[in-house]
Design a protein around this ligand. Structure first.
Ligand SMILES: Nc1ncnc2c1ncn2[C@@H]1O[C@H](COP(=O)(O)OP(=O)(O)OP(=O)(O)O)[C@@H](O)[C@H]1O
Length: 234
């Protein structure tokens, strides 16, 4: 579904992604873990087109997307659930969802619309006419996920969806991710929360200084304490 090869991304003279390579298979969830500053958000932004890699290749279903404009990448089928949710505070829940909607996907998978988002998140239907800034953190996260789904993505990029949420809500985020994967979506998840990450991951990718330094199963990561201490500080 997605393949990064030798990606180098800079902010000015700061060399952040230093030859990053990994892939996300179809209908699977890959999780990027790593300490603060490892380059996880920069990876998501490089894929979504919010920053352009200086070199390397990013292929999405076989097509080169490195350096493409964000709206084109979104239209090709990559949805983004950004860090910090970034919902529109002065729009209602329903408006937040409908501004993102863009009709049937045309890629054979069943389309996301308001009805289907409300089925996934009944709490959002109850809050449909509330403004974005009147929602709790958990509701905002549901809205951010729902808004990304309204673009009918084939690949969903999720940047730290558990950030700032209570443990019970984090568990619900995990359930949502599992349901989305079962529905056929491919997911690339950035997480600091190791147990959430391992509960949804098909493959874990550990990142350090802009590169993948370890990849393996969640079980292998959980049983390797020195690895966790070295690269995750847990
Ligand atoms: N817009 C920017 N301009 C300059 N440097 C940046 C910018 N954004 C991030 N950086 C730097 O790039 C490095 C990687 O940041 P990034 O946000 O990708 O890391 P991360 O692994 O997602 O960490 P976190 O969990 O803290 O978000 C950090 O050293 C950060 O200070």
């Amino acid at each position: 579904m997605l393949e990064l090869s030798e990606v180098h991304t800079y902010y000015g003279t700061s060399h952040i992604l230093q030859g990053l390579s990994f892939s996300v298979p179809k209908r699977s969830c890959s999780v990027l873990l790593g300490r603060n500053g490892a380059g996880k958000t920069t990876t998501i932004h490089s894929i979504a087109g919010l920053v352009s890699p200086r070199s390397g290749s990013i292929r999405f279903v076989g097509q080169e997307i490195a350096g493409e404009r964000p709206h084109r990448i979104a239209r090709m089928g990559i949805g983004l659930v950004p860090q910090g949710r970034r919902i529109f505070p002065s729009l209602t829940v329903e408006e937040n969802l409908t501004v993102a909607g863009r009709g049937p996907s045309g890629n054979g998978s069943s389309s996301w619309d308001l009805r289907r988002v409300y089925e996934l998140f009944p709490a959002l239907r109850e809050r449909a006419s509330n403004l974005g800034n009147q929602l709790s953190g958990g509701e905002q996260q549901m809205l951010a996920i729902g808004r990304a789904l309204m673009t009918n993505p084939r690949l969903l990029l999720m940047d730290e969806p558990s950030e700032g949420l209570a443990p019970a809500i984090i568990e619900r985020v995990g359930e949502t991710i599992r349901r989305l994967k079962e529905s056929g979506l491919s997911i690339l998840l950035v997480e600091q929360h190791v147990s959430l990450a391992c509960s949804v991951a098909d493959e874990v990718l550990v990142m350090n200084k802009g590169r993948i330094v370890w990849r393996g199963s969640p079980e292998a990561l959980l049983s390797d304490r020195p690895l966790q201490q070295r690269y995750l500080g847990v």
